[in-house]
Design a protein around this ligand. Structure first.
Ligand SMILES: Nc1ncnc2c1ncn2[C@@H]1O[C@H](COP(=O)(O)OP(=O)(O)OP(=O)(O)O)[C@@H](O)[C@H]1O
Length: 240
């Protein structure tokens, strides 16, 4: 479980998080939408303990990420570009990442995790230099599976993915949530947010303007609500 409680953060005199509160339960997926500069990545950075909030708390399973080092063992973060070690293949990358986390994993366990992500067998021995964004992401997600991450933080995971890769990504992330992970995803991708999220937060200038329970909400209504909230304008309708 992931919880933001009244988070405030300013850089110089610019407020970038303003009394931000939300909860992502185990098994739940929350997406954060918002314009560039709204404070979405800053929110992730606070949970990653890269940034200290000025006030408020960021909790993982009830523990304050800025006070309890154990919280970092519970989460896996996938940045927009999952780079890892370019010269290593997928298996060696995962062995190395696991060893850095103090985990001992067998090659069979690594293959089992990669099977869940759908990374093709014949790619697994190739160095990551030859991988597409979607393939790198699968290696990152396999690490989350190996680590049995309770919390997954994702920053714009579908930017640059083709539609089939996006669908496959959605399938894998849904599986991780079904197994009990709490997932917080920053995205500009309405389709992905609409398809995956249990709830969608729309942020602007550090404030969570609304939190939408994404049950039976048509995609067009989500887009319309976003544009109304962010720009005060309704999207242009197609002329048929
Ligand atoms: N380390 C920093 N020092 C100063 N200002 C920062 C720092 N990090 C972020 N900011 C500012 O905080 C604001 C929020 O940035 P943030 O990256 O969280 O936005 P975002 O919603 O993730 O945007 P995008 O969609 O473009 O990724 C921006 O105005 C940004 O310039």
């Amino acid at each position: 479980m992931l919880e933001a409680i009244n988070l405030d953060k300013s850089f110089a005199d610019k407020k970038v998080l303003n009394d931000l509160s939300f909860v992502v339960q185990s098994g739940e997926i929350m997406c954060l939408l918002g314009a560039n500069g709204a404070g979405k990545s800053t929110t992730l950075n606070v949970f990653l303990n890269f940034l200290q909030p000025d006030s408020g708390k960021a909790l993982i399973d009830g523990l304050d990420v800025h006070r309890d080092a154990n919280t970092k063992d519970k989460l896996v973060y996938l940045p927009e570009q999952v780079n890892l070690y370019q010269e290593f293949n997928a298996i060696d990358n995962l062995k190395y990442l696991a060893s850095l986390s103090g985990l001992s994993v067998t090659t069979e366990q690594i293959h089992a995790a990669l099977d869940e992500t759908g990374l093709e067998q014949n790619a697994r021995q190739q160095s990551l230099k030859s991988y597409s964004k979607g393939m790198r992401q699968k290696v990152g997600i396999a690490f989350a599976i190996i680590r049995e991450a309770k919390v997954l933080l994702l920053d714009e995971p579908t930017s640059g993915l083709d539609p089939s890769a996006t669908l496959e990504f959605i399938r894998i992330i849904q599986q991780l949530a079904d197994k009990g992970a709490a997932i917080l995803m920053v995205t500009h991708d309405f389709y992905c947010a609409h398809t995956l999220a249990d709830k969608i937060g729309i942020m602007d200038k550090g404030t969570l303007l609304t939190l939408i329970e994404n049950k039976n909400l048509p995609l067009a209504s989500l887009e319309q609500k976003y544009h109304e909230l962010i720009s005060g304008k309704t999207p242009i309708k197609k002329v048929s």
